[in-house]
Design a protein around this ligand. Sequence first.
Ligand code: E4P
Length: 293
Amino acid sequence: MLTNKPKTRILVDGGDPNETRRIKDLLGFVDGQTTNPSLIAKNPEIRHLLDSGQVLSAEQEKDEYRKIVRTISPMVGDAGVSIEVFADFNTTAQQMLSQGEEMFSWIPNAYIKYPCTHEGLRAAQMSVERGIRVNITLCFSQSQAAAVYTATRESKHPVYVSPFVGRLDDRGENGMNLIENIKKMYASGDGHVYILAASIRNLDHLFYSFALGVELVTVPTKVLENWAAQNFPMPASNFSYKPVSSTGAALKSIPYETMDLSRSWESFDISHELTTRGIEKFVADYQSTLRAA
Ligand code: E4P
């Protein structure tokens, strides 16, 4: 059990309720859960259906997704369950919002995940006006995080922004720098956006998220199990993060930029190559659950 609970809330990054249960037994609690189309496609029950030759319709896929989040929902704390809308490059804000409204009604503690694109932010803006809690995913730059802040200014609930650390590391950039930069930028804001460190690949990412005091971190089961196996060490007060890749190569720094959070969200550059690639990957994984393997 984790006796020394950090201030940072810990979410499970996955799509299998059995994993969530296992982690809850190990830690003694789970603050929340994030899901995405790639994780849902890997859910053992969905794999079983596909492997037995079933072809899922879009409606059946949605039913399965709902079943999964309904099982997870009561197991987690107040950081909630993030459910991702289906969005490709043709999905309009209105279409994302309609899905978000429906998914928000599935469970009492839902956060709706929209991609950090123009249409995704429009959908998020309309959602917060309707009291829907949101999590903006696939965030890879400080200007995208600035746009999230300004687009959701009216939210009555905390808004989550999910910067993807590991995917930046994967292309040789120091993903944890993005977390530092957003945190520094938000320090002058009103506190309505919480940083949810995502795409966590190892214990150093987790420890540095704790050391930085980010509000939330979503962590794959494998990393949490590794932490538990070592009896939950915590970063020392002088913890120093080493920005190196999994192969030990030095990661390139991402410099801080001064940004004016009173600007309109549409004036920020919200395009990022990794957001585009992320959408392509989620669409491919979503579609893979709709056909027999
Ligand atoms: C969580 O919300 C994200 O979808 C997830 O952390 C992405 O992780 P990955 O980069 O390992 O796919």
